[in-house]
Design a protein around this ligand. Structure first.
Ligand SMILES: Nc1ncnc2c1ncn2[C@@H]1O[C@H](COP(=O)(O)OP(=O)(O)OP(=O)(O)O)[C@@H](O)[C@H]1O
Length: 305
C-alpha cells in the first residue's frame, strides 16, 4: 500500500505538489492522472526518495523507500525511458541493475523475455525506438519482482499492440496482489487500464475514486425517455423523482433522467401503465469529465478547438 499524506514540494515560488494526500492499494491498478505540469512526476520522484519533500510524508508498504536496502526488490519504477546509457546493450543495462541489487542473472533473461526484448538484448539501447526503451524501462521495474510498481507515462511511444500488452501486464501484476500506480495525462489511456483513479491538478487532489464512480459524474451521462404525450411524461417524471432520480423535461413528451438505470425506468413505467416510445442510455464520456474537472488546472490553456 502506498500512502501519501499532505505531501508538498516547492521549487522557489512554484508549488509543484500542494498538500497532496491519497493512497494506492494492493491488487488494483491505480491511474494517477493530471494535465501536463500537474505534479505527477514530482510526486513519483518523492515516493522513490529521489527528491526531498518540502512537507508531508510518503510511505510504501509502511515505511519510507529510502529506509529500505536493495530497493528494486521492494519498489520497481519506470520514471524516464531515456535514462539508459545509449552505448550500453539492453542486457548489460539490466545486468548492471541486477548486480547492484543482488539479483541473479537468470532473472535478467526472464524479464527480457517477458517484455519481448530477448532477441535484441545485445543491441545498444541508444538505437532503440521510444517503444523499445519503454519496454526496457518496464523490464528494469520488474527485475526485483517487487510488490510495488510505479510507472510514469508508460504508454508513451507504444504502438497499439504494445498498449494492449502493457494493459494485460498491469492487470496481471495487480492480480498477483501488487500495488500498481500508473501516471498519465490522458484519460483515454487510463479508462481501460486503471481500476481506480487519483486525479490531480496544480499539485492538488481533485478526485480519488473508482473508474465507475468517475464515469457516473461525467457530463452527458443519463437516460433519454419519451412517453406518449406530455401528460404521461409529467406522471412518469413524478414517479421517477419519487425514486430519487433527477428529471428534466425536454420537449412535450421527452424527459432526460439521471441517477436511475434504464431498466428501473422501464419497470416503473410498466408498473404505472405508461407506454414508452424511447428509452436510450447515454454513455458517459470520461475524457469529457476529466477535461471539465481539470479545466482550471491546465498550466498553459489553449483556445477552444
Ligand atoms: N526541478 C524543478 N525545478 C523547478 N520547477 C520544477 C522542477 N520540477 C518540476 N517543476 C515544476 O513543477 C510542476 C510540476 O511538474 P511535474 O513534472 O511534476 O508535472 P507532471 O504532472 O509530471 O507533468 P507532465 O505530464 O508534463 O510530465 C511544473 O510546474 C514544473 O514546471
Amino acid at each position: 500500500m502506498i500512502e501519501v499524506s499532505e505531501l508538498t514540494k516547492r521549487y522557489g515560488r512554484t508549488t509543484a505538489v500542494d498538500s497532496l494526500s491519497f493512497s494506492a492499494g494492493a491488487g488494483e491498478v491505480t491511474g494517477f492522472l493530471g494535465p501536463n505540469g500537474a505534479g505527477k512526476s514530482t510526486t513519483l520522484r518523492m515516493m522513490l526518495g529521489l527528491c526531498e519533500p518540502s512537507g508531508g510524508t510518503v510511505t510504501v508498504g509502511g515505511c519510507a523507500f529510502r529506509e529500505r536496502r536493495r530497493g528494486l526488490r521492494h519498489v520497481g519504477a519506470l520514471l524516464d525511458a531515456g535514462q539508459v546509457h545509449p552505448g550500453r546493450s539492453a542486457g548489460a543495462h539490466l545486468h548492471a541493475l541486477a548486480r547492484s541489487n543482488r539479483i541473479g542473472r537468470k532473472r535478467v533473461a526472464s524479464v527480457l523475455e517477458e517484455v519481448g526484448l530477448a532477441e535484441v538484448a545485445g543491441r545498444r539501447a541508444g538505437g532503440f525506438s521510444l517503444g523499445m526503451r519503454q519496454r526496457l524501462g518496464i523490464a528494469g521495474a520488474l527485475l526485483g519482482d517487487p510488490p510495488v510498481l510505479l510507472f510514469d507515462e508508460p504508454l508513451n511511444g507504444l504502438d497499439p499492440q504494445g498498449v494492449l500488452w502493457v494493459r494485460s501486464l498491469f492487470r496481471r501484476l495487480a492480480g498477483e496482489g501488487r500495488v500498481v500506480l500508473v501516471s498519465s495525462h490522458l484519460m483515454a489511456e487510463m479508462e481501460h487500464t486503471a481500476d481506480r483513479l487519483v486525479v490531480i491538478g496544480r499539485g492538488r487532489l481533485i478526485a480519488q475514486e473508482s473508474v465507475a464512480e468517475f464515469a457516473a459524474r461525467a457530463a452527458g451521462a443519463g437516460v433519454s425517455v419519451r412517453t406518449s404525450d406530455a401528460v404521461d411524461a409529467r406522471v412518469l417524471a413524478g414517479v421517477l423523482t419519487a425514486e430519487g432520480a433527477s428529471v428534466r423535461e425536454v420537449g412535450g413528451a421527452g424527459l432526460r433522467v439521471t441517477g436511475i438505470s434504464a431498466d428501473r425506468i422501464a419497470q416503473l413505467a410498466f408498473a404505472h401503465g405508461l407506454l414508452l416510445g424511447e428509452l436510450t442510455t447515454h454513455a458517459a464520456s470520461l475524457e469529457q469529465a476529466f477535461l471539465q474537472l481539470t479545466a482550471d488546472s491546465v498550466e498553459y490553456p489553449t483556445g477552444a478547438p
